[in-house]
Design a protein around this ligand. Structure first.
Ligand code: DX5
Ligand code: ZN
Length: 215
């Protein structure tokens, strides 16, 4: 399966996001990951569809939008209109997960379902035909720069066994070492936040790519 690197702009300088997107456009990454937080599902508030729309003209790379919000069903059209390709919702935030995923599909977007470290994967089985991506959180969502939770590796493995042809995305604490552990357990999409932005992002992303190649 293709290995996809998706830098998260959460750790970028929010005062210079346009420059960041232009720089990522030229970097060796595949998708750009947007962490949308509402101050309720997780304590911080980041940004919404309007800001994503403002950045959309700056690159053709797919926008991978991770909604850490309550009532994500109210935001689908707005993010579709903002130009995202992919919307991932948290199982913990969806009372009607099946319906919300159907609505994402009906909006012609790729749908993903995300699981916090404390949440088992059971629900994924029930919605596999509605999603093309399972996001396994390897930190508790809300902040960049946290330590990779190793006990989540077995959940990555379980996701891969359950869904051999889906994307299995890993998010949280990914660096040039943990990326290999995640890949060896079956992940193929790698969100990279603080590691990418605590040095020169292009170089950091290349390091992730070569770590993945070495395996
Ligand atoms: C955390 C976000 C992540 C975050 C990852 O809630 O979902 O996408 O940017 O940051 P790092 O890679 O620093 O753990
Ligand atoms: Zn994320």
């Amino acid at each position: 399966m293709n290995r996809i690197i998706a830098p998260s702009i959460l750790s970028a300088d929010f005062g210079r996001l346009a420059d960041t997107i232009r720089m990522l456009d030229e970097a060796d990454c595949d998708w750009i990951h947007f962490d949308v937080m509402d101050g309720t599902f997780v304590p911080p508030i980041t940004f919404g569809a309007q800001m994503v729309a403002a950045l959309r003209p700056l690159t053709k790379k797919p926008f991978d939008c991770h909604l850490m919000i309550e009532h994500p069903e109210t935001q689908i059209e707005m993010f579709r209109d903002a130009g995202v390709e992919r919307l991932t919702v948290h199982v913990e935030a969806c009372r009607h997960l099946h319906r919300t995923l159907q609505e994402i599909r009906q909006a012609d977007l790729c749908a993903g379902v995300a699981f916090n470290p404390g949440t088992p994967l059971n629900a994924a089985r029930e919605v596999l035909e509605l999603v093309d991506l399972i996001l396994v959180m390897t930190v508790n969502p809300g902040w960049g720069g946290q330590e990779f939770i190793r006990s989540c590796l077995r959940k990555i493995q379980e996701a891969r066994q359950m869904a051999p042809h889906h994307h299995v995305e890993v998010d949280g604490g990914i660096d040039a070492e943990t990326v290999c552990e995640a890949a060896n357990h079956g992940a193929n999409v790698f969100v990279v936040g603080s590691y990418a932005f605590s040095g020169k992002p292009k170089e950091r992303i290349s390091k992730i790519r070569s770590a993945l190649c070495k395996g």
